[in-house]
Design a protein around this ligand. Structure first.
Ligand code: HEM
Length: 290
């Protein structure tokens, strides 16, 4: 049985979610994955285009293994990052304060490459704060990522969980925790990350580490949206690299206008999100050289 936003069990929810997922799997299975893998694996020239399927074949994956791997890549690696990009972009372009500060950082970053390197992007403090804040305010995965307690049972903070207990975590509750992120936790405000870091640096000079511990807890909570340990997201570094580049490169070139400010998108939730009717108009920024 699936738990709804309130945490209460909702009988009607799970079959609907299952149906949607089955439909997506059927589409991917029959129309895309089967067709492409079969075409490639039946040819004498499996490794030719330098794409990821070539790499699977080069490492001797069977067609069956490649199909299953592709399913994971498509499901895990496209919807999640698409949601992260859409949600963060929407929050940036509808917030003049954030947009102005981000553009100001971009303008003084001394960009030389066509597309910023991951290494350079990581040195831009406001961009990094925007990315963390985007993931915090709208974690792309909101299912509970349930894990089962092993046969030995387990104990956490003095509470015993018998074998077979299913434990999940609500990412949305975690990243909007007011005790940790402040009373304005529902607001998209990247400055909270800069303030927390400044406070940690200042306190450390006086030999105190409370603010540093708080910053670490904030970072760890947002990091948990990628899962953790052996269950963690295998694509996390790729996702972060994409985020490091995409906002900066779009915003330095274009102004974006939300075409329907009364209802900017139609976003549906079923453990992950799907958004449609998210219409933006891009205007080239003539005054900026890139
Ligand atoms: C912001 C973007 C992303 C978020 C929030 C995210 C989050 C997650 C989460 C929560 C899990 C499951 C952890 C669990 O079961 O506890 C997961 C698994 C996974 N993710 Fe991501 N992900 C993102 C982007 C990506 C990308 C871009 C890729 C691939 C390029 C990817 C590949 C995977 C794979 C392969 C798994 C399965 C790992 C396994 O088999 O255990 N993810 N991700």
């Amino acid at each position: 049985m699936a738990a709804g936003y309130s945490g209460r069990e909702v009988n009607a929810l799970e079959p609907r979610v299952d149906k949607n997922i089955q439909e997506l799997i059927r589409l991917l299975d029959t129309k895309i994955v089967d067709q492409i893998v079969e075409e490639r694996y039946s040819s004498n020239n499996k490794i030719h285009s330098g794409d990821i399927l070539s790499s699977f074949a080069a490492y001797s994956m069977t067609g069956k293994e490649a199909k299953s791997e592709i399913m994971v890549q498509i499901m895990a690696g496209s919807n999640t990052i698409a949601t992260a990009i859409r949600a963060t972009l929407l929050h940036i372009i509808t917030n003049p304060v954030v947009l102005r500060k981000l553009r100001s950082e971009i303008a003084t970053a001394g960009l030389t490459a066509d597309i910023i390197s991951n290494t350079q992007a990581r040195t831009l403090p406001y961009l990094q704060a925007v990315i963390k804040e985007g993931l915090r305010i709208h974690p792309p995965v909101s299912s509970l990522s349930v894990k089962e307690v092993p046969k030995t049972g387990d104990t956490f903070k003095g509470m015993y969980f018998p074998p077979g207990t299913k434990l999940g975590i609500s990412m949305w509750a975690l990243t909007r925790n007011r005790d940790l992120f402040g009373e304005d936790a529902d607001e998209f405000r990247p400055e909270r990350w800069i303030e927390a870091k400044n406070a940690a640096d200042e306190e450390e000079k006086k030999g105190d580490s409370e603010a540093r511990a708080k910053l670490k807890e904030m970072e760890f909570s947002v990091d948990l949206i990628f899962g953790h340990g052996k269950w963690g997201c295998l694509g996390k570094n790729i996702a972060l690299m994409e985020l490091n580049k995409v906002f900066l490169e779009l915003l330095r070139r274009y102004d974006f206008v939300v075409l329907n400010p009364m209802k900017p998108w139609d976003s549906k939730h079923s453990g992950v999100f799907s958004q449609k009717d998210f219409w933006l108009k891009a205007y080239k920024r003539e005054d900026v050289s890139v």
